[in-house]
Design a protein around this ligand. Structure first.
Ligand code: CTP
Length: 430
Protein backbone atom coordinates (compact mmCIF):
# COMPACT_ATOMS: atom_id res chain seq x y z
CA UNK A 1 0.00 0.00 0.00
CA UNK A 2 1.37 3.40 -0.93
CA UNK A 3 0.26 6.96 -0.20
CA UNK A 4 -0.45 8.61 -3.52
CA UNK A 5 -1.04 12.35 -3.70
CA UNK A 6 -2.94 13.32 -6.84
CA UNK A 7 -2.80 16.89 -8.14
CA UNK A 8 -5.63 17.76 -10.53
CA UNK A 9 -5.32 20.85 -12.70
CA UNK A 10 -7.82 22.49 -15.04
CA UNK A 11 -8.87 20.64 -18.14
CA UNK A 12 -11.60 18.43 -19.47
CA UNK A 13 -9.38 15.39 -18.77
CA UNK A 14 -10.00 15.99 -15.05
CA UNK A 15 -12.82 13.48 -15.39
CA UNK A 16 -10.22 10.78 -16.09
CA UNK A 17 -8.56 11.62 -12.76
CA UNK A 18 -11.70 10.31 -11.06
CA UNK A 19 -11.12 6.94 -12.68
CA UNK A 20 -7.47 7.09 -11.58
CA UNK A 21 -8.60 7.55 -7.96
CA UNK A 22 -10.99 4.61 -8.34
CA UNK A 23 -8.30 2.34 -9.81
CA UNK A 24 -5.68 3.45 -7.30
CA UNK A 25 -7.82 2.92 -4.22
CA UNK A 26 -9.03 -0.36 -5.76
CA UNK A 27 -5.37 -1.45 -5.99
CA UNK A 28 -5.09 -0.90 -2.23
CA UNK A 29 -3.34 2.50 -2.22
CA UNK A 30 -4.34 5.45 -0.03
CA UNK A 31 -5.12 8.58 -2.07
CA UNK A 32 -5.40 12.26 -1.23
CA UNK A 33 -6.31 14.86 -3.82
CA UNK A 34 -5.33 18.49 -4.27
CA UNK A 35 -7.05 20.54 -6.96
CA UNK A 36 -6.37 23.85 -8.66
CA UNK A 37 -9.28 26.29 -8.45
CA UNK A 38 -9.83 26.02 -12.23
CA UNK A 39 -10.07 22.24 -12.14
CA UNK A 40 -13.20 22.58 -9.98
CA UNK A 41 -14.97 24.00 -13.02
CA UNK A 42 -14.58 20.57 -14.61
CA UNK A 43 -14.92 18.19 -11.64
CA UNK A 44 -15.85 19.27 -8.12
CA UNK A 45 -14.19 18.32 -4.85
CA UNK A 46 -17.18 16.24 -3.75
CA UNK A 47 -16.50 13.60 -6.41
CA UNK A 48 -12.81 13.26 -5.52
CA UNK A 49 -13.62 13.27 -1.80
CA UNK A 50 -16.21 10.51 -2.24
CA UNK A 51 -13.88 8.28 -4.27
CA UNK A 52 -10.76 8.85 -2.15
CA UNK A 53 -12.60 8.81 1.18
CA UNK A 54 -10.65 11.89 2.28
CA UNK A 55 -10.98 15.67 2.19
CA UNK A 56 -9.78 17.49 -0.93
CA UNK A 57 -7.61 20.62 -0.63
CA UNK A 58 -7.53 23.56 -3.03
CA UNK A 59 -5.90 26.41 -1.12
CA UNK A 60 -2.84 26.49 1.14
CA UNK A 61 -4.85 28.50 3.62
CA UNK A 62 -7.73 26.11 4.15
CA UNK A 63 -7.62 23.80 7.14
CA UNK A 64 -7.15 20.13 6.35
CA UNK A 65 -9.70 18.21 8.40
CA UNK A 66 -7.48 15.11 8.11
CA UNK A 67 -4.40 17.09 9.27
CA UNK A 68 -2.25 15.84 6.39
CA UNK A 69 -2.96 12.16 7.07
CA UNK A 70 -3.76 9.68 4.31
CA UNK A 71 -6.75 7.34 4.70
CA UNK A 72 -5.82 4.56 7.10
CA UNK A 73 -3.08 6.58 8.83
CA UNK A 74 -3.42 8.09 12.32
CA UNK A 75 -3.96 11.87 12.39
CA UNK A 76 -1.37 14.00 14.20
CA UNK A 77 -2.46 15.70 17.44
CA UNK A 78 -1.45 19.15 16.11
CA UNK A 79 -2.79 21.11 13.14
CA UNK A 80 0.07 21.08 10.62
CA UNK A 81 0.71 23.31 7.62
CA UNK A 82 -1.31 21.30 5.14
CA UNK A 83 0.71 21.76 1.94
CA UNK A 84 3.89 20.63 3.64
CA UNK A 85 2.35 17.87 5.74
CA UNK A 86 0.31 16.27 2.97
CA UNK A 87 3.07 16.04 0.39
CA UNK A 88 5.57 15.18 3.14
CA UNK A 89 3.51 12.06 3.86
CA UNK A 90 3.16 11.06 0.20
CA UNK A 91 5.18 8.24 -1.39
CA UNK A 92 4.51 9.59 -4.87
CA UNK A 93 2.97 12.80 -6.21
CA UNK A 94 1.21 12.50 -9.56
CA UNK A 95 -0.17 15.55 -11.34
CA UNK A 96 -2.85 14.40 -13.78
CA UNK A 97 -4.08 16.11 -15.80
CA UNK A 98 -1.29 18.68 -15.94
CA UNK A 99 -2.45 21.66 -18.02
CA UNK A 100 -0.03 23.80 -20.05
CA UNK A 101 -0.44 26.53 -17.43
CA UNK A 102 0.34 24.22 -14.51
CA UNK A 103 3.36 22.77 -16.37
CA UNK A 104 4.65 26.32 -16.94
CA UNK A 105 4.21 27.13 -13.24
CA UNK A 106 5.96 23.92 -12.19
CA UNK A 107 8.87 24.54 -14.58
CA UNK A 108 9.30 28.02 -13.12
CA UNK A 109 9.04 26.89 -9.52
CA UNK A 110 6.01 29.04 -8.80
CA UNK A 111 3.93 28.39 -5.70
CA UNK A 112 0.70 30.04 -6.82
CA UNK A 113 -1.61 27.38 -5.51
CA UNK A 114 -1.77 24.27 -3.37
CA UNK A 115 -0.91 21.95 -6.27
CA UNK A 116 2.29 23.86 -7.16
CA UNK A 117 3.31 24.41 -3.53
CA UNK A 118 3.10 20.64 -2.99
CA UNK A 119 5.37 20.10 -6.02
CA UNK A 120 7.99 22.49 -4.62
CA UNK A 121 7.89 20.82 -1.22
CA UNK A 122 7.91 17.23 -2.57
CA UNK A 123 10.78 14.94 -1.72
CA UNK A 124 9.05 11.88 -3.20
CA UNK A 125 8.99 10.97 -6.92
CA UNK A 126 6.91 13.43 -8.94
CA UNK A 127 5.03 12.43 -12.10
CA UNK A 128 3.47 14.90 -14.49
CA UNK A 129 0.87 13.75 -17.04
CA UNK A 130 0.21 16.49 -19.60
CA UNK A 131 -3.23 16.88 -21.18
CA UNK A 132 -4.08 19.71 -23.54
CA UNK A 133 -4.82 20.73 -27.09
CA UNK A 134 -2.19 19.41 -29.52
CA UNK A 135 -1.00 22.88 -30.59
CA UNK A 136 -0.48 23.86 -26.96
CA UNK A 137 1.38 20.59 -26.33
CA UNK A 138 3.62 21.06 -29.34
CA UNK A 139 4.30 24.73 -28.61
CA UNK A 140 8.05 25.28 -28.00
CA UNK A 141 7.25 26.85 -24.61
CA UNK A 142 5.45 23.72 -23.40
CA UNK A 143 8.13 21.43 -24.81
CA UNK A 144 10.86 23.46 -23.11
CA UNK A 145 8.95 23.44 -19.81
CA UNK A 146 8.55 19.66 -19.97
CA UNK A 147 12.24 19.27 -20.76
CA UNK A 148 13.10 21.43 -17.73
CA UNK A 149 10.97 19.22 -15.52
CA UNK A 150 12.51 16.08 -17.02
CA UNK A 151 15.99 17.40 -16.34
CA UNK A 152 15.00 17.94 -12.73
CA UNK A 153 14.05 14.30 -12.45
CA UNK A 154 10.30 14.60 -12.86
CA UNK A 155 8.78 11.68 -14.77
CA UNK A 156 6.65 12.85 -17.66
CA UNK A 157 3.86 10.42 -18.49
CA UNK A 158 3.47 11.05 -22.20
CA UNK A 159 0.03 11.92 -23.53
CA UNK A 160 -1.58 9.78 -26.19
CA UNK A 161 -2.64 10.66 -29.70
CA UNK A 162 -6.24 10.59 -30.83
CA UNK A 163 -9.49 12.53 -30.69
CA UNK A 164 -9.15 15.63 -28.53
CA UNK A 165 -11.85 17.41 -26.54
CA UNK A 166 -12.60 20.16 -29.06
CA UNK A 167 -14.86 19.02 -31.87
CA UNK A 168 -12.98 17.73 -34.89
CA UNK A 169 -9.55 18.11 -33.26
CA UNK A 170 -7.18 15.20 -33.51
CA UNK A 171 -3.58 14.95 -32.37
CA UNK A 172 -1.22 14.46 -29.44
CA UNK A 173 -2.44 15.72 -26.09
CA UNK A 174 -4.89 13.20 -24.63
CA UNK A 175 -4.19 12.40 -21.01
CA UNK A 176 -2.58 8.97 -20.61
CA UNK A 177 -5.12 6.32 -19.64
CA UNK A 178 -5.78 5.87 -15.89
CA UNK A 179 -4.37 2.31 -15.91
CA UNK A 180 -1.18 3.61 -17.51
CA UNK A 181 -0.96 6.38 -14.90
CA UNK A 182 -1.33 3.87 -12.08
CA UNK A 183 1.37 1.66 -13.64
CA UNK A 184 3.67 4.71 -13.91
CA UNK A 185 3.05 5.55 -10.22
CA UNK A 186 3.82 1.98 -9.22
CA UNK A 187 6.96 1.94 -11.37
CA UNK A 188 8.11 5.21 -9.76
CA UNK A 189 7.35 3.82 -6.32
CA UNK A 190 9.41 0.70 -6.99
CA UNK A 191 12.30 2.71 -8.44
CA UNK A 192 12.00 5.31 -5.66
CA UNK A 193 12.32 2.57 -3.06
CA UNK A 194 15.44 1.14 -4.60
CA UNK A 195 16.93 4.62 -5.15
CA UNK A 196 16.28 5.70 -1.60
CA UNK A 197 12.88 7.25 -2.13
CA UNK A 198 14.03 10.78 -3.00
CA UNK A 199 13.35 11.64 -6.54
CA UNK A 200 11.59 14.94 -7.22
CA UNK A 201 14.67 16.34 -8.87
CA UNK A 202 15.45 18.67 -5.98
CA UNK A 203 17.22 15.78 -4.32
CA UNK A 204 18.07 13.17 -6.93
CA UNK A 205 18.08 13.83 -10.66
CA UNK A 206 16.23 10.93 -12.30
CA UNK A 207 15.06 10.40 -15.82
CA UNK A 208 16.70 13.51 -17.21
CA UNK A 209 20.42 13.43 -16.79
CA UNK A 210 22.13 11.16 -19.30
CA UNK A 211 25.30 13.25 -19.43
CA UNK A 212 28.22 11.06 -20.40
CA UNK A 213 26.08 7.92 -20.81
CA UNK A 214 27.14 6.10 -23.97
CA UNK A 215 24.11 4.92 -25.88
CA UNK A 216 24.22 2.55 -28.86
CA UNK A 217 21.07 2.38 -30.99
CA UNK A 218 20.40 0.09 -33.93
CA UNK A 219 17.64 1.11 -36.31
CA UNK A 220 16.08 0.11 -39.61
CA UNK A 221 15.96 -3.28 -41.26
CA UNK A 222 18.75 -5.42 -42.72
CA UNK A 223 18.83 -6.56 -46.33
CA UNK A 224 20.23 -9.96 -47.30
CA UNK A 225 21.26 -10.23 -50.97
CA UNK A 226 19.68 -12.85 -53.21
CA UNK A 227 21.64 -11.64 -56.21
CA UNK A 228 23.28 -8.38 -57.21
CA UNK A 229 19.98 -6.48 -57.37
CA UNK A 230 17.52 -8.33 -55.12
CA UNK A 231 17.43 -8.84 -51.43
CA UNK A 232 15.39 -10.25 -48.53
CA UNK A 233 14.33 -7.34 -46.38
CA UNK A 234 11.60 -6.02 -44.12
CA UNK A 235 9.54 -2.87 -43.80
CA UNK A 236 11.25 -1.28 -40.82
CA UNK A 237 11.83 2.41 -41.55
CA UNK A 238 14.12 3.09 -38.59
CA UNK A 239 11.78 5.73 -37.10
CA UNK A 240 11.59 4.16 -33.62
CA UNK A 241 15.36 3.74 -33.37
CA UNK A 242 15.92 7.26 -34.65
CA UNK A 243 13.43 8.64 -32.10
CA UNK A 244 15.36 6.86 -29.34
CA UNK A 245 18.68 8.18 -30.62
CA UNK A 246 17.39 11.76 -30.76
CA UNK A 247 15.71 11.54 -27.34
CA UNK A 248 18.87 10.13 -25.74
CA UNK A 249 20.93 12.89 -27.40
CA UNK A 250 18.52 15.54 -26.05
CA UNK A 251 19.04 14.13 -22.56
CA UNK A 252 22.78 14.53 -22.84
CA UNK A 253 23.91 11.04 -23.92
CA UNK A 254 26.74 10.28 -26.37
CA UNK A 255 24.84 8.47 -29.08
CA UNK A 256 26.03 6.07 -31.77
CA UNK A 257 23.51 4.92 -34.34
CA UNK A 258 23.97 1.78 -36.40
CA UNK A 259 21.52 2.40 -39.21
CA UNK A 260 20.46 -0.49 -41.44
CA UNK A 261 19.09 0.97 -44.68
CA UNK A 262 17.56 4.02 -43.01
CA UNK A 263 16.73 6.83 -45.43
CA UNK A 264 15.89 9.33 -42.65
CA UNK A 265 18.43 11.89 -41.47
CA UNK A 266 19.71 12.02 -37.89
CA UNK A 267 21.19 14.94 -35.94
CA UNK A 268 24.81 15.66 -36.77
CA UNK A 269 25.78 15.12 -33.14
CA UNK A 270 24.84 11.44 -33.50
CA UNK A 271 27.73 9.23 -34.66
CA UNK A 272 26.16 7.25 -37.49
CA UNK A 273 27.34 4.01 -39.08
CA UNK A 274 25.34 2.85 -42.07
CA UNK A 275 25.13 -0.89 -42.70
CA UNK A 276 23.20 -3.14 -45.08
CA UNK A 277 23.27 -6.77 -43.96
CA UNK A 278 22.86 -8.56 -40.62
CA UNK A 279 26.55 -9.49 -40.74
CA UNK A 280 27.58 -5.84 -41.21
CA UNK A 281 25.27 -4.78 -38.42
CA UNK A 282 26.77 -7.43 -36.18
CA UNK A 283 30.32 -6.24 -36.94
CA UNK A 284 29.46 -2.63 -36.18
CA UNK A 285 27.72 -3.60 -32.93
CA UNK A 286 30.63 -5.80 -31.88
CA UNK A 287 32.93 -2.79 -32.24
CA UNK A 288 30.67 -0.29 -30.46
CA UNK A 289 29.11 -2.41 -27.72
CA UNK A 290 32.14 -2.77 -25.38
CA UNK A 291 32.26 1.03 -24.89
CA UNK A 292 28.47 1.46 -24.60
CA UNK A 293 26.44 1.74 -21.40
CA UNK A 294 23.01 1.24 -22.93
CA UNK A 295 22.05 -0.69 -26.07
CA UNK A 296 18.71 -0.13 -27.78
CA UNK A 297 18.40 -2.93 -30.34
CA UNK A 298 15.56 -1.48 -32.37
CA UNK A 299 16.70 -2.79 -35.77
CA UNK A 300 14.72 -5.55 -37.47
CA UNK A 301 17.54 -8.00 -38.12
CA UNK A 302 17.09 -10.83 -40.63
CA UNK A 303 16.93 -14.24 -38.99
CA UNK A 304 17.91 -16.00 -42.26
CA UNK A 305 19.97 -15.10 -45.32
CA UNK A 306 20.52 -16.77 -48.70
CA UNK A 307 23.39 -19.26 -48.43
CA UNK A 308 24.85 -18.37 -51.83
CA UNK A 309 23.86 -14.96 -53.19
CA UNK A 310 24.42 -14.93 -56.94
CA UNK A 311 26.79 -12.61 -58.69
CA UNK A 312 24.83 -10.71 -61.32
CA UNK A 313 21.08 -11.03 -61.81
CA UNK A 314 19.18 -14.31 -61.61
CA UNK A 315 17.37 -14.80 -64.92
CA UNK A 316 13.81 -16.09 -65.02
CA UNK A 317 14.01 -17.63 -68.49
CA UNK A 318 13.45 -21.37 -68.52
CA UNK A 319 12.50 -21.53 -64.81
CA UNK A 320 9.05 -22.55 -63.52
CA UNK A 321 10.14 -21.99 -59.91
CA UNK A 322 13.12 -20.91 -57.91
CA UNK A 323 14.23 -22.31 -54.54
CA UNK A 324 16.39 -20.22 -52.27
CA UNK A 325 18.41 -21.95 -49.61
CA UNK A 326 18.63 -19.88 -46.44
CA UNK A 327 20.89 -20.15 -43.43
CA UNK A 328 20.37 -18.69 -39.99
CA UNK A 329 22.10 -15.43 -39.12
CA UNK A 330 23.63 -14.80 -35.72
CA UNK A 331 21.30 -13.44 -33.07
CA UNK A 332 23.20 -10.20 -32.49
CA UNK A 333 21.35 -9.18 -29.34
CA UNK A 334 21.73 -12.55 -27.62
CA UNK A 335 25.43 -12.64 -28.61
CA UNK A 336 26.06 -9.18 -27.15
CA UNK A 337 24.08 -10.05 -24.00
CA UNK A 338 26.38 -13.04 -23.46
CA UNK A 339 29.40 -10.69 -23.62
CA UNK A 340 28.01 -7.95 -21.41
CA UNK A 341 30.03 -6.37 -18.65
CA UNK A 342 28.66 -4.96 -15.43
CA UNK A 343 26.77 -1.67 -15.76
CA UNK A 344 25.52 -2.31 -19.29
CA UNK A 345 21.78 -2.22 -19.97
CA UNK A 346 20.40 -4.05 -23.00
CA UNK A 347 17.00 -3.38 -24.46
CA UNK A 348 15.50 -5.56 -27.19
CA UNK A 349 12.48 -4.90 -29.37
CA UNK A 350 9.90 -7.46 -30.35
CA UNK A 351 7.37 -7.07 -33.10
CA UNK A 352 4.75 -9.73 -32.40
CA UNK A 353 1.49 -10.49 -34.14
CA UNK A 354 -1.88 -10.41 -32.37
CA UNK A 355 -2.95 -12.16 -29.17
CA UNK A 356 -0.21 -13.37 -26.88
CA UNK A 357 2.27 -10.73 -28.12
CA UNK A 358 3.30 -9.79 -24.58
CA UNK A 359 3.76 -13.41 -23.45
CA UNK A 360 5.90 -14.20 -26.50
CA UNK A 361 8.03 -11.14 -25.82
CA UNK A 362 8.40 -12.07 -22.16
CA UNK A 363 9.95 -15.35 -23.35
CA UNK A 364 12.46 -13.39 -25.45
CA UNK A 365 13.42 -11.28 -22.44
CA UNK A 366 14.64 -14.41 -20.72
CA UNK A 367 16.01 -16.27 -23.77
CA UNK A 368 18.08 -13.32 -24.97
CA UNK A 369 19.26 -12.38 -21.49
CA UNK A 370 18.35 -8.70 -21.78
CA UNK A 371 17.11 -6.15 -19.23
CA UNK A 372 14.02 -5.03 -21.09
CA UNK A 373 11.99 -5.82 -24.18
CA UNK A 374 9.78 -3.29 -25.89
CA UNK A 375 6.92 -5.10 -27.59
CA UNK A 376 4.46 -3.87 -30.16
CA UNK A 377 1.61 -5.63 -31.90
CA UNK A 378 2.26 -5.68 -35.65
CA UNK A 379 -1.25 -6.96 -36.42
CA UNK A 380 -2.36 -3.31 -36.16
CA UNK A 381 -1.88 -1.04 -39.17
CA UNK A 382 -2.13 2.21 -37.17
CA UNK A 383 1.04 1.61 -35.15
CA UNK A 384 4.49 0.15 -35.70
CA UNK A 385 6.18 -0.16 -39.09
CA UNK A 386 6.62 2.98 -41.15
CA UNK A 387 4.07 5.10 -39.27
CA UNK A 388 4.89 7.85 -36.85
CA UNK A 389 2.94 6.43 -33.91
CA UNK A 390 3.45 3.42 -31.72
CA UNK A 391 1.83 1.75 -28.74
CA UNK A 392 4.11 -0.52 -26.78
CA UNK A 393 4.52 -2.50 -23.62
CA UNK A 394 7.87 -2.27 -21.89
CA UNK A 395 8.74 -5.54 -20.15
CA UNK A 396 11.55 -5.36 -17.66
CA UNK A 397 13.48 -8.12 -15.96
CA UNK A 398 13.17 -6.55 -12.51
CA UNK A 399 10.47 -3.91 -12.89
CA UNK A 400 7.29 -3.26 -10.98
CA UNK A 401 3.66 -3.72 -12.06
CA UNK A 402 4.54 -7.33 -12.99
CA UNK A 403 7.45 -5.94 -14.97
CA UNK A 404 5.14 -4.38 -17.58
CA UNK A 405 4.63 -0.73 -18.39
CA UNK A 406 2.13 0.00 -21.14
CA UNK A 407 2.57 3.14 -23.17
CA UNK A 408 -0.65 4.19 -24.93
CA UNK A 409 -0.69 5.16 -28.60
CA UNK A 410 1.61 8.13 -28.97
CA UNK A 411 4.13 9.63 -31.36
CA UNK A 412 7.33 7.58 -31.55
CA UNK A 413 9.20 10.53 -29.99
CA UNK A 414 6.95 10.27 -26.94
CA UNK A 415 7.24 6.49 -26.80
CA UNK A 416 11.02 6.98 -26.91
CA UNK A 417 10.81 9.26 -23.83
CA UNK A 418 8.82 6.62 -21.96
CA UNK A 419 11.40 3.96 -22.89
CA UNK A 420 14.25 6.20 -21.71
CA UNK A 421 12.40 6.85 -18.43
CA UNK A 422 11.98 3.10 -17.90
CA UNK A 423 15.65 2.42 -18.66
CA UNK A 424 16.71 5.22 -16.36
CA UNK A 425 14.72 3.62 -13.56
CA UNK A 426 16.17 0.21 -14.39
CA UNK A 427 19.66 1.67 -14.05
CA UNK A 428 18.70 2.97 -10.63
CA UNK A 429 19.06 6.58 -11.70
CA UNK A 430 22.69 6.07 -12.66
N1 CTP B 1 17.66 -9.62 -33.12
C1 CTP B 1 19.03 -9.69 -33.27
N2 CTP B 1 19.57 -10.53 -34.19
C2 CTP B 1 18.78 -11.30 -34.96
C3 CTP B 1 17.38 -11.25 -34.82
C4 CTP B 1 16.84 -10.39 -33.88
O1 CTP B 1 19.74 -8.97 -32.57
N3 CTP B 1 19.35 -12.11 -35.85
C5 CTP B 1 17.09 -8.69 -32.09
C6 CTP B 1 16.20 -7.62 -32.65
O2 CTP B 1 16.93 -6.48 -33.01
C7 CTP B 1 15.25 -7.35 -31.51
C8 CTP B 1 15.17 -8.69 -30.80
O3 CTP B 1 16.29 -9.44 -31.24
O4 CTP B 1 15.79 -6.42 -30.60
C9 CTP B 1 13.91 -9.45 -31.06
O5 CTP B 1 13.78 -9.69 -32.40
P1 CTP B 1 12.72 -10.70 -33.00
O6 CTP B 1 12.92 -10.77 -34.47
O7 CTP B 1 11.36 -10.34 -32.52
O8 CTP B 1 13.13 -12.02 -32.31
P2 CTP B 1 13.62 -13.37 -32.85
O9 CTP B 1 14.50 -13.93 -31.82
O10 CTP B 1 14.22 -13.21 -34.19
O11 CTP B 1 12.28 -14.21 -32.89
P3 CTP B 1 11.21 -14.48 -34.03
O12 CTP B 1 11.26 -15.95 -34.23
O13 CTP B 1 9.91 -14.02 -33.44
O14 CTP B 1 11.59 -13.71 -35.26
Amino acid sequence: MARILLGVSGGIAAYKALELVRLTTGAGHAVRVVQTPTSRRFVGEASFAALSGAPVLVSEFERDPARGAFPGDPQPAHDPLSHLELVGNADVYVIAPASANTIAKLANGLAFDMLCSCALAATCPVLVAPAMNNHMYEHPATRANLQTLRERGVTIVAPGEGRLASKGEHGIGRLAEPAQLLAACEAALAAGTSAGGQANGAVTARGGDWDGVKVLVTAGGTREPIDSVRFLGNSSSGRMGLALAEAALARGADVTLVAANVSLAASEAIARRDVVTAAELQRACQEEFPVSDVLFMAAAVADFRPVAPQQGKIKKSGRASLALELEATTDVLATLAAQRREGQTLVGFAAEHGDGAVELARGKLVEKGVDAIVVNDISRADIGFDVDANEVTILTANGSANGAISVGRAAKSQVAEAILDAVWRLRGGR
